[in-house]
Design a protein around this ligand. Structure first.
Ligand SMILES: Nc1ncnc2c1ncn2[C@@H]1O[C@H](COP(=O)(O)OP(=O)(O)O)[C@@H](O)[C@H]1O
Ligand SMILES: [Mg+2]
Length: 211
């Protein structure tokens, strides 16, 4: 699905070769500052490598329309963006540039259910706690139905129990709908539990993590 060859980015990341298979659940672990976020950002072309090539479905990322790419490869940043307005506004905004039919009331309700957010669609999103905002942003992504989900420490603002539940939800979702999931997590235990493959980033290099 992704193929990286001889890629470097500043003095931050250096990846001679890395392929990520379709439909796999890849967890990325590594110390803070090791380059995990930089790697994810490269995969949906938020940043461009200084050297080397990245392909997505055999097409060079640099030749693809970034908007088109980001419909297929959606990233949830570590600190998700919450827009002014209601929960409904925040769920629908991800579909603003898509040609999908707007979600029905039932789909919106189901999405809140999925991310364990027991709130009304018409509530003001600014009143949510940090963890709830993160779950709202996860819901927004689910509605976009991307082929690849890039999750950057999706659980850092969540308590342990919710963290496991949410990651389980995403893993089940990915398996059921044949999605590719690439997730940075600080928890090696969670990586071991859910990943098909674990990558460790250390000082800007990416290694298979044998566990
Ligand atoms: N645009 C940038 N310019 C310069 N340095 C950066 C930039 N982005 C990240 N860095 C640095 O690169 C390193 C890796 O960052 P990052 O990928 O965010 O690490 P991680 O997600 O593993 O904590 C850090 O030292 C960070 O300060
Ligand atoms: Mg990071």
């Amino acid at each position: 699905m992704f193929s990286i060859e001889q890629v470097t980015y500043k003095n931050i990341l250096s990846v001679p070769k890395l392929t990520i298979q379709e439909k796999e659940i890849t967890c990325i672990v590594g110390e803070s500052g090791s380059g995990k976020t930089t790697l994810l950002r490269m995969l949906n072309h938020l940043i461009s490598p200084d050297q080397g090539s990245i392909t997505f479905q055999n097409e060079d990322l640099m030749d693809m329309d970034p908007i088109e790419l980001r419909r297929k490869v959606v990233m949830l940043p570590q600190t998700p963006v919450i827009f002014q307005g209601t929960l409904r506004d925040n769920l629908e905004i991800g579909l603003r540039f898509s040609d999908k039919t707007p979600p029905s009331e039932k789909e919106l309700e189901e999405t809140l259910e999925r991310v364990k957010l027991r709130k009304k669609l018409d509530e003001n999103a600014q009143n949510l706690s940090g963890g709830e905002k993160q779950r709202l942003a996860l819901g927004r992504i689910l509605l976009m139905e991307p082929e690849v989900l890039l999750l950057d420490e999706p659980s850092s603002a969540l308590d342990d129990e919710t963290e496991s539940l949410i990651i389980q939800t995403f893993v089940d979702y990915a398996k059921m709908y044949n999605k590719t999931l690439i997730m940075v997590t600080h928890s090696k235990a969670l990586a071991k539990k859910f990943a098909d493959r674990i990558l460790q980033v250390r000082g800007g290099e990416v290694h298979e993590w044998d566990h």
